[in-house]
Design a protein around this ligand. Structure first.
Ligand code: 6R9
Length: 658
C-alpha cells in the first residue's frame, strides 16, 4: 500500500462560488446534452466509439476493448490507421487544402503559416528523407527541437512511416537527452543549430553533440538551421541539413503506413520521483481517439477556430493539444516560440488580438504570472474573440481562476480546469464546458466514460468531502500501455498499489492526492509526496498554498515542511507578491489569518519568506523538493531541471542574512 496514514476528514472544500456556463457559449458548444454522462455509463466501453469515429480508419475495428491481458489493455485492437493521414491528408481530401493548419509566431516577431497542403508537402518530403536515412517502421526517432514548425513536421513525418517519435524538450541538458536516447535505443536524432530564448541565442547543436558522445550507438542526425549564420555549424559524417534534405526529396510522396491501432505512436519520457525517467508508451488508435475526442468535447475545438495551446510540444500537453488533437480536427493551431514576457508582458494578448484566437489553453503558473504582472497588460487588447479558456498542469486555486475568468475571459468564456497526466494521454477529469457548472478550485467530475475515484489506503472510496488517493477504476483509450523500460516497472509504478490481480480487479494509481465533493467534483491536492505531516496531521501543500494565494496581493506560494523538534515538521511558506504590493507585515498577517481560517492553526506557518519568484521546473511546476532542502539547511539536490536556478541562490542568501 502507498501509505497507511489516513487523510484528514473534516476540512472544508476550498472551492469558490460555482458558475454556470455562459449561455452564449452553450448555444454553440460541441457537447451540450447532460445525458452524455448516462449514455456513456450505460454503454461502456462501446461509448468510446464516439471518439474513434472522429478518426478515419484504414481498416475498421471490430473490438472496442480487449481486457484479457489486464493491465495491458488494448483499444480498437483489430483496427488500422495512420496518425499523419488523420492529421493532414484527410483534410486535403475534404477540401481544406488552403486552410491554415499551423500559425507560427516566432520569438522576434517572425511569422509563418502552413496550410494543410503545405504541411502535407513538408511531411511527405521529410518522411522520404527519414526513410533514405535508414529509418524503418518501429525505429525510434528522437526529436530535440524548440518550438519551431519543424518540430510537428518531424513528428508527423515519423508517424507517416510508422516510426515512433521520442520528443525531448529542447531545454533539457545533454545528459538528459543521452539518457532518453539510450533508454529508447534510438539511433536517429532531429535537432537544430540553436534557438532563441529571451533574446539570447542558445547552442542546441553542442548539447546534441555532447549527448552523442555519451552514447554507444551511432546516431544519424538531421540538423535544422534555425539561427541562420549566427552560430555556424559544421556537419559531421552522420549529419544532414534539414533544408537540404527537403530539397533533395522535393515533391516526393510517401504513402502513410497503416498501423495497427495498438502500434506505438510515440514514447515520452517523464521524470519519476525516483530513478530513471519513465518512458511512457502511447499507441496510435487509442491515444489519437482520446486526444481528438477531448479536443472536441472539452476544448470545444471546431475546424474554423484559431486555437492556441500555449504549452511546449516537448511535453505531453503539446503533443496532445498543439499537434495531434487539433490537427486531427482540422483546425488552425497556433504555435508560439517565445515566452510570455518577451519583448514585453503583453506579448500573449497581442497574439490573441492579432490572430483573433478563439480558444486559449495554458498553465496555472502562467496565469499566476499574468495576475502578478497586473490586468493592465491584457486590458490594452481586444480579447473578445476568445470563447473558451483552459488550464492544465497544476492545481489552480480560486483566486487565479477567477482572475483568468474575469480579466482574460471577460466572464463570457467557460474555464476548463483539466486534470490529466503524461500517462493518461489526454484529459481525464474536467467539466464539459457546454454542460457542467464550474467550481473554481475543483477540476470537475470524471469525463464521461472515465471512472476516476478518490480512495483511502485500503482502496475504498472516501465519502464526499474527504480526501485520499486519485485512482482510475476502468481502462480508457489514451492510457499508457506500458513503460519502454519494461512491463514490470509499469505494473510497479501504476497498478500494484490498488489492484487485486487475483480477482482481476485493476485500479490505476495516478500518484496524486485529491478530494471529492458531493457532486463528484475532484480537487487535486498535488502529488502524494507533497504532503506535510505536522504533529501527525497530514496537510496538503496545495491546500495551504491555496489559502495563501487567496490573500489579495499574493501571486504565488509554495509550502514545504521544515523539521522541528516540537512538531516533527513545521509549515514553511515561500510567497511572491503581485506588482504594487509590498512584501510586508500586513500581507504576512493576512496570510496567517487566512490559513488559520481555511485549515486551522495546525497549518500556521512558522516562517513566511517572500521571494520575487519560485523555483520552477522547465514545464512550470514548482520544485518544492529544493525549497524543502533550503528550508532545512540541507545540501541541495539536483537543480538541473530548473528553469530559473538563480532564484535558489537568492532565497538562500536572504536566509543567511537573517
Ligand atoms: C498534463 C500534464 C501530471 C501531473 C498530475 C498532477 C498535475 C496536471 C492538473 C494537475 C491539478 C490539474 N496536474 N493537471 N493538478 N489540477 N488540472 O501536466 O502532464 O506533465 O505528466 O503532469 O500534473 O499532479 O499528476 P504531466
Amino acid at each position: 500500500m502507498v501509505d497507511r496514514n489516513e487523510w484528514e476528514r473534516d476540512r472544508p472544500v476550498l472551492t469558490g462560488s460555482p458558475r454556470r456556463p455562459p449561455p452564449s457559449f452553450v448555444e454553440q458548444a460541441n457537447v451540450t446534452d447532460p445525458g452524455i454522462y448516462d449514455e456513456f455509463e450505460e454503454n461502456w466501453p462501446e461509448c468510446w466509439e464516439r471518439a474513434a469515429d472522429l478518426l478515419s480508419w484504414d481498416q475498421s475495428y471490430e473490438t472496442v476493448l480487449r481486457e484479457e491481458d489486464a493491465p495491458f489493455y488494448q483499444w480498437f485492437p483489430d483496427g488500422k490507421l495512420n496518425a499523419a493521414k488523420n492529421c493532414v491528408d484527410r483534410h486535403l481530401e475534404s477540401g481544406r487544402k488552403t486552410h491554415t493548419a499551423i500559425r507560427w509566431e516566432g520569438k522576434h516577431g517572425e511569422r509563418q503559416t502552413y496550410t494543410y497542403r503545405d504541411l502535407y508537402v513538408a511531411i511527405n518530403e521529410f518522411a522520404a528523407a527519414l526513410r533514405a536515412l535508414g529509418v524503418e517502421e518501429d525505429d525510434v526517432v528522437t526529436i530535440y527541437l524548440p518550438m519551431i514548425p519543424e518540430l510537428p513536421i518531424a513528428m508527423l513525418s515519423c508517424a507517416r512511416i510508422g516510426a515512433p517519435h521520442n520528443v525531448v524538450f529542447a531545454g533539457l541538458s545533454a545528459d538528459a537527452l543521452a539518457t532518453r536516447m539510450d533508454a529508447a535505443d534510438s539511433e536517429y536524432l532531429v535537432t537544430c543549430d540553436g534557438y532563441y530564448r529571451r533574446g539570447d541565442a542558445f547552442n542546441q547543436k553542442s548539447k546534441a553533440d555532447n549527448a552523442r558522445l555519451k552514447l554507444e550507438q551511432d546516431v544519424s542526425t538531421v540538423v535544422v538551421d534555425r539561427l541562420g549564420d549566427d552560430l555556424p555549424h559544421v556537419l559531421g559524417d552522420d549529419e544532414c541539413d534539414y533544408h537540404e534534405l527537403r530539397e533533395t526529396f522535393a515533391g516526393e510522396l510517401v504513402d502513410p503506413v497503416p498501423r495497427d491501432a495498438e502500434d506505438m505512436l510515440f514514447v515520452m519520457y517523464t521524470s519519476g520521483t525516483t530513478g530513471e525517467p519513465k518512458g511512457v508508451v502511447h499507441t496510435t488508435g487509442g491515444y489519437l481517439a482520446h486526444a481528438t475526442w477531448t479536443s472536441h468535447a472539452v476544448l470545444d475545438v471546431k475546424p474554423e477556430d484559431t486555437y492556441w495551446c500555449a504549452a511546449d510540444i516537448g511535453w505531453i500537453t503539446g503533443h496532445s493539444y498543439i499537434v495531434y488533437g487539433p490537427l486531427a480536427l482540422g483546425t488552425t493551431t497556433v504555435m508560439y516560440e517565445g515566452t510570455p514576457d518577451y519583448p514585453d508582458r503583453d506579448r500573449l494578448w497581442e497574439i490573441v488580438d492579432r490572430n483573433a484566437v478563439d480558444i486559449f489553453y495554458t498553465a496555472p503558473t502562467a496565469i499566476r504570472a499574468f495576475m502578478k504582472w497586473g490586468s493592465e497588460y491584457p486590458a490594452g487588447y481586444d480579447l473578445s474573440s476568445l470563447r473558451l479558456l483552459g488550464t492544465v498542469g497544476e492545481p489552480i486555486s480560486p483566486r487565479p481562476w477567477n482572475w483568468y475568468y474575469e480579466h482574460i475571459g471577460n466572464e463570457t468564456c467557460p474555464v476548463v480546469d483539466t486534470w490529466w497526466q503524461t500517462e493518461t494521454g489526454a484529459v481525464t477529469v474536467s467539466t464539459l464546458p457546454g454542460v457542467s457548472e464550474m467550481k473554481p478550485g475543483a477540476a470537475g467530475p470524471s469525463l464521461p466514460g472515465m471512472d476516476v475515484r478518490v480512495v483511502d489506503s485500503s482502496g475504498t472510496e472516501v465519502d464526499p468531502g474527504d480526501s485520499g488517493y486519485l485512482t482510475i477504476a476502468r481502462p480508457w483509450p489514451g492510457m499508457v500501455r506500458t513503460l519502454y523500460d519494461g512491463d514490470e516497472r509499469f505494473r510497479a509504478e501504476y497498478w500494484d498499489q490498488f489492484s487485486d490481480p487475483e480477482s482481476d480487479d485493476w485500479h490505476y494509481f495516478s500518484g496524486d492526492a485529491a478530494r471529492i465533493d458531493e457532486d463528484g467534483y475532484i480537487t487535486v491536492l498535488g502529488r502524494v509526496d507533497d504532503v506535510i505531516n505536522v504533529s501527525g496531521r497530514r496537510l496538503s501543500t496545495t491546500e495551504v498554498e491555496s489559502a495563501i494565494t487567496g490573500v489579495a496581493g499574493v501571486a504565488e506560494a509554495a509550502v514545504v515542511g521544515r523539521s522541528s523538534e516540537t512538531n516533527g515538521t513545521d509549515v514553511y511558506a515561500y510567497v511572491s507578491t503581485e506588482g504594487g504590493y509590498d512584501d510586508g507585515t500586513a500581507v504576512r498577517e493576512a496570510i496567517i489569518d487566512n490559513i488559520e481560517t481555511a485549515i486551522g492553526p495546525i497549518a500556521r506557518p512558522t516562517k513566511v519568506q517572500f521571494t520575487p519568484e519560485l523555483p520552477k521546473t522547465r514545464s512550470g511546476k514548482i520544485m518544492r523538493r529544493l525549497l524543502e532542502d533550503v528550508a532545512n539547511g540541507e545540501e541541495l539536490g539536483d537543480t538541473s531541471a530548473l528553469r530559473n536556478p538563480e532564484i535558489i541562490g537568492e532565497i538562500q542568501a536572504e536566509l543567511d542574512e537573517e
